[in-house]
Design a protein around this ligand. Structure first.
Ligand SMILES: [Zn+2]
Length: 118
């Protein structure tokens, strides 16, 4: 077999339980999902899981449980900051495009003024 295997990898982000104001573990996989994405968990360097079974096993570890209970304190802001940065990037891109458009208009206006001077 000479196959290239591309391993998709994501960072696992626990679910926020708004009612209880805490983070909880919720499987990122659908039941019986076949092509499972590899998730890296920030509870421990090099820690990861692939598929429901491994996920269930992973969330039982003490390191992970501690990680979840401190999640809000250490990671919530980082995750939210990432989202804000993304939104700002999009907004910035749109504003840049608008600015380019207006710059062209200003250039055209300047040229017109020069024409008037002649
Ligand atoms: Zn973990």
């Amino acid at each position: 077999m000479n196959q290239l295997v591309t391993v998709e990898s994501s960072i696992y982000i626990p679910t926020f339980d708004e009612n209880n104001d805490i983070y909880v573990d919720e499987s990122p996989y659908k039941p019986y999902e076949r092509k499972c994405v590899k998730y890296e968990c920030r509870c421990k360097a090099g820690s990861y899981f692939v598929g429901s079974k491994m996920f269930k096993q992973h969330i039982k570890s003490k390191t992970h449980k501690d990680f979840i209970s401190y999640y809000k304190k250490y990671f919530k802001e980082v995750d939210e900051a990432k989202e804000i940065i993304n939104d700002l990037k999009i907004e910035n891109e749109l504003l840049k495009r608008k600015l380019k458009k207006y710059q062209k208009c200003i250039e055209m206006l300047d040229e017109e003024q020069f024409d008037d001077c002649d």
